[in-house]
Design a protein around this ligand. Structure first.
Ligand SMILES: CC(C)(COP(=O)(O)OP(=O)(O)OC[C@H]1O[C@@H](n2cnc3c(N)ncnc32)[C@H](O)[C@@H]1OP(=O)(O)O)[C@@H](O)C(=O)NCCC(=O)NCCS
Length: 109
């Protein structure tokens, strides 16, 4: 299963002033780099995941964690993984100028 999402970075830049939006959408680990392009990439990754699973879940049930190399990994709880019958999750993020894009690929059990 796949999902893809593109985000207009200036929209995220505006929303960054909204503390409620930030708290309901991102984990504190995800906002350590508090830049519009970084957050837009994470936002796109979560939306791409919703598309891949074909439903919307709580934003905070998804966490994008970075490896030392900078490579992002999309994580969800083991319970949720089992419920959605997900085996592997593959994520890629890119941003340039005004847009961020993310693609999620899932394999299922
Ligand atoms: C990763 C790489 C493709 C980034 O290229 P880029 O054009 O500058 O990056 P883009 O703007 O398209 O994408 C940036 C996003 O790529 C992702 N990314 C960063 N490093 C990555 C990596 N090693 N592998 C996969 N994705 C990576 C991140 O999500 C990043 O977003 P963020 O900066 O907000 O966290 C480039 O650095 C590369 O080819 N790296 C090779 C692997 C590498 O360097 N490893 C590091 C060893 S220490």
């Amino acid at each position: 299963m796949i999902g893809i999402d593109i985000v207009y970075i200036p929209n995220i830049k505006k929303l960054m002033q909204n503390e409620v939006f930030i708290k309901k959408t991102f984990h504190s680990s995800e906002t350590k780099t508090f830049t519009p392009e970084h957050l837009a990439g994470i936002f796109a990754a979560k939306e791409a995941f919703f598309k891949a699973i074909n439903k919307k879940i709580n934003w905070l049930n998804i966490e994008i964690k970075k490896e030392k190399s900078g490579k992002p990994n999309l994580t969800i709880s083991t319970e949720l993984k089992d419920k959605l019958k997900i085996q592997n999750i593959y994520l890629s993020i890119s941003h340039d100028n005004d847009y961020a894009i993310a693609q999620v690929t899932l394999t299922t059990k």
